[in-house]
Design a protein around this ligand. Structure first.
Ligand SMILES: NC(=O)c1ccc[n+]([C@@H]2O[C@H](COP(=O)([O-])OP(=O)(O)OC[C@H]3O[C@@H](n4cnc5c(N)ncnc54)[C@H](O)[C@@H]3O)[C@@H](O)[C@H]2O)c1
Length: 288
């Protein structure tokens, strides 16, 4: 394998998303430092990547040699500064808390090499706000991956107000190294993906409220009529009604449009504990 352009990748936060990002970065040939505040969590994340790869080998999608070489490229620890100071790209995937992300980006700006691309996987926070006061806002950009990262093709690149053209170009080159299809979006609430996806879900809920059709028929309309892989209500059940409500409240407050006002049915279902698949009931019922 030829050496990739971004040959040293630091992934900060080894949860659901961080481990997936580490997996695709190592698959692209990069040496990856997968870092978590809890070193044991980082090691457990690598075990999970191993599990995913082992299943892929059993299905004939990955060779045993590739599995071994991908795992060899991933080193786990809690040494954030050590990893960041030797990185061509830093991808942050810690919880969605503005103060936490701001303090980490100040640390990255102070410790990463001057050429390093600094990306955040935030799904809803403003890139411009995360980058403010770091002194390196030109190098900071949104790199919004989708779960599961090794399967989902999209990388939503979000350009902050101060992000430079060179940083956008580097992010696009990183996407192509990872074999992702990139879209470029301005730093607005909900970016492109959440803004459209949430709106469709809210309208589908309003249609259930108005008894336009059953939840199943509304989903079938989009699956068969528009080739969506999954209808908007099934997807809402999967994501979690509470998660969707929080995002809709956030977008409603930020964009100040009635289009994003959560419908009463969503508030009522969340209040009664119908959170979707994880709670056993949402727009559909699920076996425990
Ligand atoms: N889960 C999704 O489907 C999804 C999809 C797209 C984007 N995102 C975004 O990705 C980010 C991470 O989400 P997640 O679901 O992977 O979260 P998660 O809770 O699964 O993982 C976060 C990890 O970060 C670690 N962490 C916390 N503080 C840290 C610190 N100071 N230094 C190093 N590690 C630290 C935690 O120990 C945890 O292991 C969030 O911004 C989220 O909005 C999530």
């Amino acid at each position: 394998m030829t050496s990739p352009t971004f040959s040293r990748v630091a992934v900060i936060g080894a949860g659901t998303m961080g481990r997936g990002i580490a997996h695709v970065a190592a698959s692209s040939g990069a040496a990856v430092h997968l870092i978590d505040a809890d070193a044991a969590a980082a090691a457990a994340a690598k075990d999970q990547i191993d599990g995913t790869l082992t299943r892929a080998v059993a299905k004939g999608r990955v060779t045993e040699d590739d599995r071994t070489s991908i795992l060899e490229k991933i080193v786990t620890s809690d040494d954030r500064i050590g990893a960041v100071s030797a990185a061509d790209v830093v991808v942050e995937a810690v919880p969605e808390i503005m103060d936490l992300k701001r303090s980490l980006f100040a640390e990255f700006a102070a410790n990463a090499p001057a050429h390093a691309l600094l990306g955040t996987n935030t799904s809803s926070l403003s890139i411009t706000s995360i980058a403010a006061d770091t002194g390196a806002a030109d190098r900071i950009i949104g790199l919004h991956f989708f779960n599961p990262v090794h399967i989902m093709q999209l990388l939503e690149i979000v350009r902050g107000e101060e992000t430079s053209d060179a940083t956008v170009a580097a992010a696009q080159a990183f996407a192509s190294q990872l074999d992702k299809e990139a879209i470029l979006v301005r730093d607005v609430p909900g970016f492109a993906t959440s803004r459209l996806g949430v709106l469709l879900g809210l309208e589908a809920m309003r249609m259930v409220e108005e008894k336009v059709a059953s939840a199943a028929d509304i989903d079938t309309a989009m699956e068969l009529g528009y080739r969506h892989p999954m209808g908007p209500l099934k997807l809402t059940d999967l994501v979690g009604l509470d998660v969707r409500l929080a995002i809709a409240d956030h977008l409603h407050a930020e964009l100040k449009s009635p289009r994003f006002e959560p419908p009463q049915i969503l508030r009522d279902m969340v209040a009664s504990g119908k959170l979707g698949k994880k709670s056993g009931a949402g727009f559909y019922s699920y076996d425990a």
